[in-house]
Design a protein around this ligand. Structure first.
Ligand SMILES: Nc1nc2c(c(=O)[nH]1)N[C@H]1C(S)=C(S)[C@@H](COP(=O)(O)O)O[C@H]1N2
Ligand SMILES: [Mo]
Length: 263
């Protein structure tokens, strides 16, 4: 496992060393990767397929991400990406302290279900102190509290053909001439049912703040920062990621990032 990860890191370092990958350092700085013919992007895409298949083979499905002790929390979770969404739907919810928020599970399920914040908080809670790694090159250790995603999916009843969860968010990460682009992410069902994958509503023993994704954000602890969708409102079970965004499984994936995003 470590050898493969080293190989990927070495690949990224190699790209940086040629100069063409210098912009890889910033979450919001490499639009050039969106160009399909870009050689860095093509090489990354090929490396990504290999990384996903190799990691899925070599890492046990339920292997846990490392957890830390409270004394290792050195600072607050650094807010990144969207930190104060301005879509009308979100502003409406925020104004009444998320009283009418509902998390919906839909798509390839036996029954569409939705839960209020109080209903989510009443489900069995789990806290975990983990390290968040952003591809921009910073990390934060923080305590996340929430309820496991797996049992929530079970309440909807995932249909046999479903392969992925698509996570829909409230924030418009980008405004374009043809309209707002909303943040979204996706995972396979192995990560969705992983015991540390939680719908998080608490951060460092406080209510999850707006800047870190209030009222609910997902934690997929074996994945990089961009795979931790904030401002989550709908989870859609699907068998194909192609219909969403530009078809790569997430906002940052549509701009050239690895879909699996494993650490
Ligand atoms: N909805 C949404 N989720 C998001 C983002 C975002 O901009 N919007 N940014 C991602 C990135 S790149 C990182 S590093 C983390 C930042 O989470 P934090 O603000 O709690 O540190 O959220 C991820 N999830
Ligand atoms: Mo990030």
């Amino acid at each position: 496992m470590s050898r493969l990860i080293v190989n990927r890191r070495r690949f990224l370092l190699g790209a940086a060393a040629t100069g063409s990958g210098a912009l890889l350092a910033g979450c919001d700085q490499f639009d050039f990767l969106a160009q399909r013919g870009n050689p860095v992007r093509q090489a990354m895409e090929q490396a990504n397929v290999l990384t996903y298949q190799a990691q899925r083979l070599l890492i046990p499905d339920q292997a846990l991400a490392r957890e830390y002790s409270a004394s290792e929390i050195r600072q607050g979770q650094r807010p990144n990406g969207s930190t104060d969404p301005t879509t009308p739907e979100y502003l409406f919810l925020k104004a009444q302290d998320f009283a009418s928020y509902r998390l919906t599970v839909k798509g390839m399920v036996e029954r569409e279900v939705s839960f209020s914040l109080d209903e989510l908080r009443a489900m069995p809670a789990r806290s975990q102190i983990t390290r968040h790694d952003c591809v921009e090159g910073w990390s934060c250790i923080a305590k996340w509290t929430g309820t496991a995603l797996g049992p929530v999916l079970d309440q909807a009843g995932v249909k046999p053909g479903a392969r992925y969860c698509v996570y829909h968010c409230y924030d418009n990460i980008q405004r374009t001439l043809s309209g707002d682009i909303l943040y979204y992410e996706s995972s396979d069902l192995i990560d969705a049912y992983h015991p540390q994958t939680i719908l998080s509503y608490g951060l460092n023993d406080q209510v999850l703040p707006v800047s870190n994704g209030a009222p609910v954000r997902l934690r997929i602890e074996r994945a990089l920062g961009y795979k931790q969708p904030k401002y989550l409102h709908t989870i859609e079970l699907v068998d194909d990621l192609a219909p969403f965004g530009r078809g790569k499984g997430g906002y940052w994936e549509d701009n050239g990032y690895d879909w699996y995003g494993g650490i």
